[in-house]
Ligand binder design. Structure first.
Ligand code: ZN
Length: 274
């Protein structure tokens, strides 16, 4: 399997029956490569929960390559005026962050908490600010804290600190289960914590009285629908949301991963072909 999702490229050739794109079009290939479009979830507008989905770089060859093949029904036309390097992180980090923001169900002008601040969170924070939310970032790592402050969020504090006000909703981007009770405690009554990661370390304990009672909601976020993707890319265009990126040549993919693991940059690492 060739790994790599969040692929930006130019259509070289179209298979029989393709109608959406033509050679020369710049498109994005996202995490969701295909769904069966027939299961009970696909039939009810919830293809993110499809029972037999296929994912880019996981079930079908991905973008660590000069060329790749994608089903045009799951590709995106990218907003104009955004460089390839800026567009790539929108395609999974961005879309998932958007779905997490919807899941957190913060009302207009409401108070959002963001736990962990990397490739996905820094896009979601911009979106939330444009939507008029008050945004509180709880994160570790000086690069992450600095980027959050530069983007103009309302407060930045350590990952286990309490935000300055109760939250109407929160998103956990860090894959740290021990932050779940921390974030639940920061929620106001009736608020939702959305867990955005595809993987999370075990949650050791949730105290019902102070962490869940009061109709607090704990929900995961699983993949996305194409509708999510189209809506998000429209908002990116409308608000001028920009990814903070760190470019690497494809040959240094291992260094990009090591730098990410050690918190040597914030935002998203992007690999260039060639
Ligand atoms: Zn399905």
């Amino acid at each position: 399997m060739t790994p790599g999702h969040e692929v930006v490229g130019v259509v070289q050739a179209c298979g029989p029956g393709c109608t959406r794109f033509a050679p020369g079009d710049r498109i994005g290939v996202a995490w969701l490569a295909a769904t069966d479009q027939s299961c009970r979830f696909c039939r009810t507008g919830r293809e993110n929960l499809c029972l037999s989905p296929r994912f880019t770089g996981w079930d079908v060859d991905g973008g660590y390559a000069d060329y790749c093949i994608a089903d045009e029904r799951f590709c995106y036309r990218l907003p104009s005026g955004i460089a390839d390097e800026q567009a790539a992180p929108l395609l999974c980090a961005g879309i998932i962050g958007y779905r997490a923001l919807l899941t957190a169900a913060v009302p207009p002008g409401g108070r959002l908490g963001i736990y962990g601040f990397g490739g996905s969170a820094h896009l979601t924070a911009q979106l939330a600010l444009h939507l008029g939310m008050r945004v509180h970032v709880l994160t570790r790592g000086e690069h992450n804290a600095r980027l959050a402050a530069e983007l103009g969020v309302d407060s930045v504090a350590g990952a286990t600190d309490q935000p300055p006000e109760a939250l109407d909703g929160a998103i956990l981007f860090a894959p740290a289960g021990d932050l779940v009770p921390v974030a639940l405690r920061a929620l106001d009554r009736g608020a939702t914590l959305a867990v955005a990661g595809i993987w999370l370390s075990d949650i050791e304990r949730i105290r019902y009285d102070v962490e869940l009672f009061g109709e607090k909601v704990l929900r995961s976020v699983t993949a996305n629908t194409r509708h999510d993707g189209e809506k998000f890319l429209g908002l990116v265009q409308r608000f001028g949301i920009r990814a903070t990126t760190r470019p690497y040549p494809m040959s240094q993919a291992d260094r990009a991963l090591a730098d990410l693991a050690h918190g040597r940059f914030s935002g998203a690492a992007v690999l260039h072909a060639g």
